[in-house]
Design a protein around this ligand. Structure first.
Ligand SMILES: Cc1cc2nc3c(=O)[nH]c(=O)nc-3n(C[C@H](O)[C@H](O)[C@H](O)COP(=O)(O)O)c2cc1C
Length: 187
């Protein structure tokens, strides 16, 4: 069974991105899901002087270790003013001080959603161009526009968007299987 991490890159209690990440991760076959909540990783605002004086906080190491142990990452990005939420960017900065390959080449399903019609497309594009320089192995990505119109407890209500998402989940599953087969071959 593959170990999948689901993360909404937001600290909102009712994060729609956390909801979407959990929904997508739960559809991945033969996987156990660990849901990460950024509120459980309290970090001071990154500052070079703070790092020199006090080192890298334990919470950043804990987060890094959890990523390291995963077979797959399902991350949904919240968009604040066209970019990452401050809480996620701060975590990202701390993680990059532990290991520049923040995402460790682990197969990633990258998502974004927002209440608006662009569905977090701007932050998604930023991550798609930036993450590969930080060990990001983005297998598939998907933006869900107008979250409150297109999502209910049962999942995505728009049939066209739902079938696009399902197809991408299939590609993600295939890449996880491939990764497992490669590991077995190396052993
Ligand atoms: C400070 C701030 C800036 C925002 N900027 C954007 C934006 O640039 N694009 C967008 O689609 N939504 C924007 N929103 C709306 C968010 O997409 C919305 O709050 C969404 O619920 C955030 O995701 P979350 O629920 O996972 O935290 C913004 C919201 C806040 C509070």
């Amino acid at each position: 069974m593959k170990k999948i991490i689901a993360l909404g890159a937001s600290s909102s209690k009712n994060s729609i991105n956390k909801t979407l990440a959990i929904h997508v991760a739960s559809k991945v076959a033969d996987a156990s899901i660990t849901v990460l909540d950024l509120n459980d990783y309290k970090l001071p605002l990154y500052n070079v002087d703070a790092e020199e004086e006090s080192g890298i906080p334990e919470a950043a190491h804990q987060f890094n270790n959890i990523i390291q142990s995963a077979d797959g990452l399902v991350i949904s990005l919240a968009e604040h003013n066209g970019t990452y939420t401050a809480v996620f960017k701060n975590l990202f900065d701390w993680l990059s001080r532990i290991d520049i390959k923040v995402w460790k080449d682990i197969p990633m399903f990258l998502l974004a959603t927002s209440p608006g019609g662009q569905g977090g497309g701007t932050v998604l594009a930023a991550a798609k161009s930036g993450f590969p320089y930080m060990g990001g192995n983005i297998i598939v990505d998907f933006s869900l526009p107008s979250f409150y119109e297109n999502f209910s407890n049962a999942g995505i209500t728009n049939s066209e968007l739902s079938s696009i998402l399902n197809e991408k989940i299939g590609l993600f599953e295939h890449s996880l299987e491939q990764e497992e087969a490669d590991i077995h071959q190396k052993l």
